[in-house]
Design a protein around this ligand. Sequence first.
Ligand code: SAH
Length: 212
Amino acid sequence: MEKLFVDHGLALDSHQRQQLETYRDLLLQWNSKANLISKNDESRIVSRHFLESALLVHLDCFLRPVRILDLGSGGGFPGVPLKILRPHLNVTLLDSKRWKGLFLRSLVAQLVLEGATVVCGRAEVEAERADQKKAYDVVVSRAVAPLARLAELARPFLKAHGQMLAIKGQRVEDEIAALVELCPNVRVEIHAFPHDRAGLFAKQRIVHVEHF
Ligand code: SAH
């Protein structure tokens, strides 16, 4: 696991390595009950899930101790690998499914992630709560909804000038066109995955959305 991270420009200390190993064990233990990752992915948790999530740390917006919401976190992606690699970040993991909420709470406790919070509920409902509304600098998300829908879900959670980062696959152009139609002033930047020496994430894009 360590070599793959180092190959992608990410050094792990022994504590982080231990946290990722415990995380992998817990995913495998809970997967049949909580449906966290596809069965086919059980053998490639590190590359497909940990590393893909962790590569977000290369973006400048995570240098500061910002407050982040992982919308539709599921098994903790991308929020938990991000938090493990950058412990100064304040991360809230939101998911509507009860078993996923239970898993995430257990994960946060067992990895002793200080400054990580779990909220179990629907984004549309939770965003109305006083402690959630306009509370975040950045919303991150992977595999939850098309960009236009995601922007609608994310907007109420964000402070003024908040930003959204979505991990997406290849067919992102149509989603961006629909987003621009909904929010004509939106600013969208697409980052290919940085440091992708192994070609693992050749098809993945990080879509960075502002002013929406
Ligand atoms: N981000 C994770 C999970 C993707 S699956 C990953 O990349 O592996 C999508 C997740 O979003 C599911 O766990 C689902 O329960 C959650 N979800 C979908 N719509 C939601 C909503 N409106 N509010 C909260 N969670 C939602």
